[in-house]
Design a protein around this ligand. Structure first.
Ligand code: FMN
Length: 276
């Protein structure tokens, strides 16, 4: 039987993220085992940048709930994420979880190609900020098939329920979860990853800061990425980054370690740290 995991990243009980994740999950026609995790009830500590998880078969050594969550994501056949906009970006716990994926290379064999939907409720029109772009990163690192990245305007707890169109959209997402094609965004979004933010380069070039594709801003200001051919989340680029580049950095670190230690010593006695 298929397993579907709902990841709710809001402390608000029966808030928009929770309701929409539940609406999607309850409309999946396939017989499936449904599980929900409220990420804010779990402990996610910061990545300690030890890179132990880069090694094959080495779990993250940080003592918290990350290994439980990543196991649940790995064993699920589909992932539905509900994450609200908090100050122009996704809720901070989403970034905390994304930062723990340095070992994505050792997880993707279980997650690659599996459908993932992200629902992003936000309260103020025009205050969506960089939330969509930031949310795309996690499923892409796990090489999942992002099938929708839905920003939905809903301010009050449960307000998404007031508009029947929202509920119908959520129901359709549930019904089509396992058959939907990959999400590519609209005309004004990056056709490679779906991000809605661009960096202006020289001349009329634009870069997608998420997948790194480079396009041209045409006269009608719509970005044209047809000649790009680059995607940092492609298998080739991911392997290059995680298997080659990061390992090269490890070698470089080992070579420079003693020299760097000497330089660092100059700052050791400046112990102005305070704690409550
Ligand atoms: C701390 C905080 C910051 C917020 N920042 C934004 C924001 O920058 N932009 C926005 O559109 N909504 C913002 N909101 C509103 C929430 O995104 C909105 O109420 C959403 O529906 C909450 O989802 P939930 O019910 O699943 O918790 C903020 C809410 C909180 C509590």
């Amino acid at each position: 039987m298929k397993k579907v995991l709902g990841l709710v990243i809001s402390n608000r009980k029966l808030g928009n993220s929770e309701i929409l994740v539940k609406e999607i999950m309850s409309n999946i026609p396939e017989e499936c085992n449904r599980e929900l995790i409220r990420l804010t009830d779990l402990e996610i500590k910061p990545c300690r940048a030890c890179y132990v998880c880069l090694q094959h078969d080495k779990a993250c050594p940080v003592q918290d709930d990350f290994n439980y969550i990543i196991e649940k994501i790995r064993e699920a056949d589909a992932l539905i994420i509900g994450v609200p906009v908090y100050f122009l970006g996704p809720h901070g716990y989403y970034k905390m979880l994304t930062d723990r994926l340095v070992g994505a290379q050792n997880h993707y064999q279980d997650t690659q190609g599996k459908p993932c939907v992200i629902v992003i409720p936000y309260g103020t029109k025009g205050w969506e900020g960089y939330s969509k772009a930031a949310c795309i990163v996690m499923p892409k690192l796990l090489r999942m098939k992002l099938v929708d990245c839905w920003q939905i305007h809903a301010t009050l707890p449960g307000e998404s329920l007031l508009n029947p169109e929202n509920i119908n959209y959520a129901k359709a997402l549930g019904r089509e979860l396992f058959n939907k094609p990959e999400y590519h965004g609209g005309n004004q979004e990056c056709p490679v990853c779906g991000s809605d933010l661009f960096r202006l380069l020289n001349e009329n070039q634009v870069e997608c800061p998420i997948c790194g594709s480079i396009g041209i801003l045409k006269n009608n200001y719509s970005p044209d990425f047809s000649d790009s051919g680059y995607d940092r989340f492609s298998d080739q680029e991911m392997n290059e980054h995680f298997k080659s580049w990061l390992l090269e950095m490890k070698e470089r670190f080992l070579a420079e370690k003693e020299h760097l230690k000497e330089l660092q010593k100059g700052y050791q006695n400046q112990s102005w740290w305070i704690k409550p």
